[in-house]
Design a protein around this ligand. Structure first.
Ligand SMILES: Nc1ncnc2c1ncn2[C@@H]1O[C@H](COP(=O)(O)OP(=O)(O)OP(=O)(O)O)[C@@H](O)[C@H]1O
Ligand SMILES: CC(=O)N[C@H]1[C@@H]2OC[C@@H](O2)[C@@H](O)[C@@H]1O[C@H](C)C(=O)O
Length: 369
């Protein structure tokens, strides 16, 4: 199938789009990729939605809330523009939407999991004339999975011919890793906060959306006193499966004293903690990888790459060394996942989300049905 994958990540910076030819298993031609940034007012409003959702709890923003409806309208509009901008013909769209709240089932808790992505799939289908796969996470959460990460099955397809064991790390707002064993075994989970808290910090300190080229972090020193309690956080030792909400570490960072640091030291400390989380993640792998391939915007941050290089025993390289596009990988993955939805193939597995078995998911809307 000719697919267009669309991902609006936890950084809230914009929508990534990518054209992929795939049957959901093998990956054929890779076509155009692009990012359409969100207008600052949409970024701000999405962020407010995240804050409101995490403060008020799941389901407490009513479906007919006018602010929610306006965010969904503008978000969907930008996705429609992204599909048009790709220009290549397609059969199927993979539409992740924007995660507003992610509260998966926690081990030992009797509270059911919940995950919430917004976006108007029916309108996207109507206005593009294409069938849309969407709502990728809720079926997994409904059977007790974490609902994330979803990309690992696609990482495995892309890495088919690469030496194993291999670790593929995505540094978005949240970090997530896929470990692929010699026989294709998958162990995947969220590592911890990555760019999310750093973006918030940089915005506060400099007014910029993120710490461009790690300038702030490279000028500072990581603070051992703030890092100590963070390193003892139960998240790091908790075995996978595990997944995070964009805001899950905000309180812990505050309680550890991060807000008292200077702008540069705060940024350096957040970078150091992101790398510490990745090193802690490696302790959950069945055996060490031969290398780490890094995707996502965090690979553009030299401070982050330097901290990872220091924290990890194995070589750390941007995914471009494998010929992949580290900015487009997630969008490409949602094209492949859309084809899997179409074919009813599983999206998640015990090793990726803790689903009890290989679990299909997603829903379809549009003209092919
Ligand atoms: N030149 C750069 N210098 C420093 N950081 C950068 C640079 N370019 C991108 N980034 C970081 O990458 C982030 C965007 O990353 P990305 O697009 O992978 O996130 P996302 O897809 O929204 O998140 P997720 O993978 O969690 O869904 C920015 O918010 C910023 O923190
Ligand atoms: C709930 C949610 O949207 N999670 C995102 C987020 O961003 C990175 C990390 O946390 C990952 O678990 C996931 O996205 C990728 C695309 C995934 O599901 O594989």
């Amino acid at each position: 199938m000719r697919t267009i994958g669309l991902m609006s990540g936890t950084s809230l910076d914009g929508v990534d789009a990518a054209w992929v030819e795939t049957d959901g298993e093998a990956i054929g031609r890779l076509g155009p990729v692009l990012t359409l940034p969100y207008h600052p007012s949409l970024r701000r409003d999405l962020r407010e939605l995240l804050d409101r959702a995490s403060g008020s709890g799941a389901g407490e923003i009513p479906a007919d809330d006018p602010f929610l409806a306006s965010c969904i309208d503008r978000l969907t509009e930008r996705h429609i523009e992204a599909v048009r901008a790709v220009k290549w013909e397609a059969d199927l769209i993979g539409f992740h939407g924007q995660t507003i709240l992610h509260r998966p089932h926690r081990p030992g808790s009797n509270v059911a999991g919940f995950t919430w992505q917004v976006g108007d799939a029916a309108r996207l289908a109507r206005e593009t004339g294409l069938t849309v796969a969407h709502d990728f996470r809720s079926a997994d959460v409904a059977v007790g999975g974490q609902g994330a990460p979803l990309v690992p099955v696609v990482h495995a397809a892309m890495a088919r011919d690469l030496p194993k064991p291999l670790a593929i790390l995505n540094l978005g707002g949240v970090g997530n890793v896929t470990w692929i064993g010699r026989d294709g075994e998958l162990v995947a989970f969220d590592t911890g906060p990555a760019n999310g808290p750093l973006d918030d910090w940089a915005r506060h300190a400099t007014g910029e959306a993120y710490d461009r080229d790690g300038r702030l972090a490279l000028a500072g020193q990581a603070d051992g006193g703030v890092l100590a309690p963070l390193m003892a956080h139960a998240w790091l030792a908790a075995p996978p499966p595990k997944s995070l909400d964009r805001l899950d570490f905000d309180r812990a960072l505050k309680e550890a004293g991060a807000p008292a640091l200077s702008p540069a030291d705060g940024a350096a400390t957040l970078v150091a903690f992101a790398a510490i989380c990745v090193a802690a993640a490696a302790r959950h792998f069945p055996e060490p990888p031969v290398q780490w391939l890094v995707a996502g915007g965090g690979r553009r941050n030299p401070a982050m790459m330097r901290a990872l290089g220091a924290a990890l025993a194995e070589p750390v390289r941007a995914v471009e060394v494998a010929g992949w596009n580290g900015d487009a990988l997630e969008a490409q993955a949602f094209g492949v996942l859309a084809a899997r939805v179409w074919r009813g193939l599983p999206l998640t597995f015990p090793g990726t989300t803790g689903a009890p078995g290989p679990t299909p998911g997603g829903r379809l809307v549009g003209p092919l049905l």
